[in-house]
Design a protein around this ligand. Structure first.
Ligand SMILES: C[S@@+](CC[C@H](N)C(=O)[O-])C[C@H]1O[C@@H](n2cnc3c(N)ncnc32)[C@H](O)[C@@H]1O
Length: 332
């Protein structure tokens, strides 16, 4: 595959990630992954990232027998049928689907059949295991969830890619479940690490900072390596089931640490995100005034390339697990 063909292949599927992020995933699984253990993806949507990971894995000459890709989503409650159909128009234009196939595949809000139809014709489909399995989004659902039970008894997962943990509770659950079952030095990749609303992701990385080594990033996607074994008990202690239980000081310290780390590697977006995640954390734990104070202290001219993230935060710093936006009040 030439560079150009590969970029086209990685651009065919409508995706909520950038091409740079998908190229990072492709290259990582082709060249920098040791080829051992099952790979886990949470939140593929239509599978732009799934394709990047799976195609990279297929090109990796070290990939061991059984080192397959397991992808998990709830495959519904995301976009309306009309929106899905609009998104799929690009694949109709590319003649990958006929218009009537696209109409049929987008007729309901569920996108599991659509997902399969996109990936089934591809060579990598043989290493893909699709799990229609929602992560728990509320703390009270965590203990009874069976979302990842197919990995009971696993001890050597090969990599983890998270793009579907859109709440504190789902991050707590997925990490507590997956990391103790993951091989040392495996890539742990967070697509939302530098997305302004998802403070739970950087908070988790901060809480587990002694267990992670930063490796690289593209746009919002950050790659870490698991450098030390961690147990479920340790994770529960370091990252409680709710943000309230962590306390305001934790988020202040996370901001300071992540800001300093980002600055040290000239990562201007990461530095801004440290602040925006602090704001999001305070806003979601009933401290809107303190959150507004930090937002007012940010000089947008320091972050010219990322002003959209600041605008997003001005409109709503984060959201509740049900997707309901947290809004500023007139008082702030
Ligand atoms: C931002 S999209 C993922 C984008 C995707 N990786 C791509 O390449 O375009 C987030 C995905 O997470 C899924 N998701 C959100 N909350 C979830 C949950 N609690 N359990 C499982 N999947 C969830 C959504 O259905 C959606 O497909």
């Amino acid at each position: 595959m030439t560079e150009q063909t590969r970029r086209e292949f990685l651009s065919q599927i409508p995706s909520e990630t950038s091409l740079a992020e998908r190229v990072l995933l492709y290259e990582l699984f082709k060249n920098a992954w040791d080829g051992e253990g099952k790979v886990v993806e949470i939140g593929p949507f239509l599978g732009g990232t799934t394709r990047a990971i799976a195609a990279g894995m297929m090109m990796n000459s070290r990939r061991a027998e059984g080192a397959d890709l397991h992808t998990f989503d709830r495959f519904s409650d995301y976009h309306t049928p009309e929106n899905l159909r609009k998104m799929m128009e690009s694949m109709v234009q590319l003649k990958i689907f006929t218009a009537s196939d696209a109409d049929r595949l987008c007729a309901t809000g569920s996108f599991l059949t659509l997902f399969r139809a996109i990936h089934e014709p591809q060579d990598y489909y043989k290493i893909l295991h699709v799990h229609d399995s929602p992560m728990p989004d509320y703390p009270q659902e965590v203990n009874s969830s069976t979302a990842l039970d197919c990995f009971n008894g696993e001890t050597a997962l090969g990599a983890v890619f998270i793009d579907g943990c859109k709440s504190w509770a789902s991050t707590h659950y997925a990490m507590k479940y997956l990391l103790p079952r993951t091989r040392l030095n495996a890539p742990i990749i967070f697509q939302d690490f530098a997305w302004y609303t998802c403070y739970w992701i950087s908070a988790f990385v901060y809480a587990l900072r002694d267990y992670f080594t930063y490796e690289k990033h593209a746009d919002s996607t950050y790659v870490f390596r698991l450098k030390q074994a961690v147990s479920e008990k340790e994770i529960t202690k370091l990252f409680t089931t709710t943000p309230e239980a962590m306390g305001a000081l934790f988020f202040q310290q996370a901001d300071d640490y992540l800001f300093t780390q980002s600055q040290a590697r000239n990562d201007n977006r990461g530095a801004l995100i440290a602040r925006l995640h602090h704001i999001a954390a305070l806003a979601s734990t009933q401290r809107l005034d303190a959150a507004a104070k930090i937002l007012k202290s940010i000089n947008p001219y320091d972050y010219k390339a990322h002003v959209d993230l600041i605008k997003g935060c001005l409109s709503s710093p984060t959201y509740r697990p049900c997707g309901k936006k947290i809004l500023w009040t007139d008082k702030n």
